[in-house]
Design a protein around this ligand. Structure first.
Ligand code: 5GP
Ligand code: MG
Length: 181
């Protein structure tokens, strides 16, 4: 059995993702010129995006990871956020750039952003590869968005369904039958 057998449709190919990630990195480099941002990747989904984005980014950046979850193993949010792993670097007086795979309800990101503000970061911005505007429940200001997508559950490029499919190179929609297995 291969992951590719479970794909219904490719939403964004590895090539499309690569181009867009490069554009985002160029925009971020302009905005952060002369500064050294602390990039905080939101685990686990953003791991590949962080790795690709930072290698395209032409400003010095520190990197750390945080793990918060508003999700169980299903496909819809519970509305509550739990901090599963904190950053190890000090974010006080730092220009924090939170990097997320996908913003859905916005609950996770607005919670994380507020936490960084409470810890006296100098600035807090958000970069997300994907955004589902139609699903937003809380208003959160997202400075960098890779692609806006419709209300579809996607996997690949770091993102999972029940811990599977993270290693797919494209961003994909799964076959209906995968969820009923
Ligand atoms: P929010 O708090 O914005 O509702 O949830 C954001 C998190 O939910 C994302 O970081 C991601 O982990 C998960 N999520 C939301 N939509 C999707 C999706 O379409 N596919 C996957 N794999 N995860 C999603
Ligand atoms: Mg995530």
């Amino acid at each position: 059995m291969k992951y590719s057998d479970d794909i219904m449709q490719v939403m964004f190919s590895a090539e499309q993702i690569k181009c867009r990630v490069r554009e985002l990195a160029q925009q971020i480099a302009v905005d952060y010129a002369g500064r050294r941002p602390l990039v905080v990747g939101v685990l686990k989904g953003a791991w590949i995006f962080v790795a690709d984005l930072l290698r395209e980014l032409d400003v010095p950046a520190d990197v750390d990871f945080i793990c918060a979850s508003s999700y169980g193993s299903g496909t819809s949010t519970s509305g509550e956020v739990t901090l599963l792993k904190d950053i190890t670097l000090d974010c006080r007086k730092r220009d924090v750039l939170l990097v997320e795979d996908i913003i859905d309800s916005g609950v996770t990101l607005s919670w994380l952003k507020q936490m960084m503000i409470d810890r006296k970061s100098r600035s807090v911005n958000i970069a997300t590869l994907l955004s589902k505007p139609s699903r937003r429940k809380v208003d959160v200001d997202v400075k960098y968005v890779g692609f806006e997508i419709p209300d579809e559950f996607v996997v690949g490029y770091g993102m999972d369904y029940d811990e599977r499919y993270r290693t797919l190179q494209d961003i994909c929609i799964l076959k209906e039958e995968v969820y009923s297995k």
